[in-house]
Design a protein around this ligand. Structure first.
Ligand SMILES: [Fe+2]
Length: 384
């Protein structure tokens, strides 16, 4: 990451360099280079490089201008025939694009997970399995071959995932239908295929009472916080859907006593923070946890990390988390269970002592490792 002060120095050098080169390469390049140099100088002088209120444009808008200028220089360079100007323009274009990409704030630090903590297989024990649907996971609870209404689906991924979830369910359970669909929460990337699957299987949907307004058409989620940084997923988060779905007819409340109707041995645990009614699912006898978005095992703020599922243990996806004090408390609550294996909403399944050590470290030091450096939803006393 490029800190704002270094970015400002690079901007000054860029503006001066472009104007000087305009003098050195007279002819048709002179005018565009001079204009580009003056343009960089103008929008740099108008930029607030330090965070906080004030006149002018913020670093986020500045980076968009850097990216636009970088793309224009790269395109001009690729059309240029003279080797000197071509090398400069393409090089400067790439430099500007890189500066735009690398100047964002870092996301939560998290804890590195060694490869030995990553559970390779999709099956996490005899009656639990993970299915990855792009950037998000769903889980199946129930032994392979379980009968009709004897297994459960946890979450329903992004829109368009229904055929993949149905195919995986058929592979595992034949034509047997689930007893219910359990929801960790109602974000768009966890309920994308919900209406279709619930209708096809004629299955009830269980969620926490505090999550129900987002599932019965009442409330939209709060706006995301792209300022958390960490990568393109965070930057794009204002474009993500946050309107409620409407499944009122199928919606059931999880029982207050922590039980799950029809599912022996598993309990739900309220883990708010990411959303008000977020829950995780826990099987005490085998130490297996379905954490939902209370914990992530990849840096979900980064598109690269989310796509490649690069292992890293951290708190919830930061751009969509609206109560960081509760989020930290939820991580500590789950760590206190001492889970042996875990499926998170995002990232690879994990297990073993290295995972347990990383989870304990995250819980112990959530203020340093779990919080983003900035969020409109972060309590000041947590970031102090
Ligand atoms: Fe979420």
């Amino acid at each position: 990451m490029i800190p704002p002060r270094l970015h400002a120095a690079l901007d000054a050098a860029s503006a001066a360099g472009l104007v000087l080169l305009a003098l050195r390469w007279p002819g048709r390049l002179s005018r565009p280079l001079a204009l580009a140099g003056l343009g960089v100088a103008a929008y740099s002088l108008a930029t607030r490089y330090r965070e906080g209120p004030g006149r002018g444009i913020g670093l986020a808008q500045h980076r968009l201008l850097d990216a636009a200028q970088g793309a224009a220089c790269l395109a001009a360079g690729l059309r240029e025939e003279r080797p000197g100007p071509r090398a400069f323009l393409t090089g400067y274009g790439q430099f500007s694009l890189a500066a735009a990409a690398l100047s964002g704030p870092p996301g939560p630090q998290g804890v590195a997970l060694p490869a030995t903590a990553v559970a390779g297989a999709e099956a996490i024990g005899p009656d639990l399995a993970r299915l990855r649907c792009g950037i998000v996971n769903v889980a199946f609870i129930g032994q392979p071959g379980a009968g009709d209404r004897e297994w459960f689906l946890v979450d329903a991924a992004i829109a368009g995932s229904a055929p993949f979830i149905r195919a995986a369910a058929r592979h595992r359970y034949g034509d047997a239908r689930p007893a219910a669909i359990l929801l960790t929460h109602g974000h768009f990337d966890h309920v994308g295929a919900l209406e279709q699957l619930a209708r096809d299987w004629d299955a009830p949907v269980y969620a926490h009472p505090l999550e129900q307004p987002f599932l019965d058409g009442s409330w939209s989620y709060l706006p995301p916080a792209p300022e958390v940084g960490g990568g393109l997923m965070a930057e794009l988060s204002p474009l993500f859907p946050r309107r409620p779905i409407e499944i009122r007819d199928r919606l059931r409340e999880l029982p207050q006593d922590g039980s799950i109707p029809g599912l022996e041995g598993w309990r739900w645990i309220h883990t708010p923070g990411h959303t008000p009614g977020h829950v995780s699912f826990w099987h005490e006898a085998t130490g297996r946890l379905i954490a939902g978005d209370a914990i992530s095992t990849t840096q979900q703020e980064s598109l690269c990390s989310a796509a490649l599922q690069i292992p890293k243990l951290q708190g919830p996806p930061a751009y969509f988390t609206t109560d960081w004090e509760a989020a930290g408390e939820s991580v500590r609550r789950l760590a206190a269970l001492h889970p042996q294996a875990m499926i998170a909403g995002h990232g690879p399944a994990v297990e073993g002592p290295e995972f347990q050590a990383a989870l304990n470290e995250l819980a112990r030091n959530f203020t340093a490792l779990g919080l983003p450096h900035d969020s409109r939803y972060a309590a000041a006393r947590l970031t102090a």
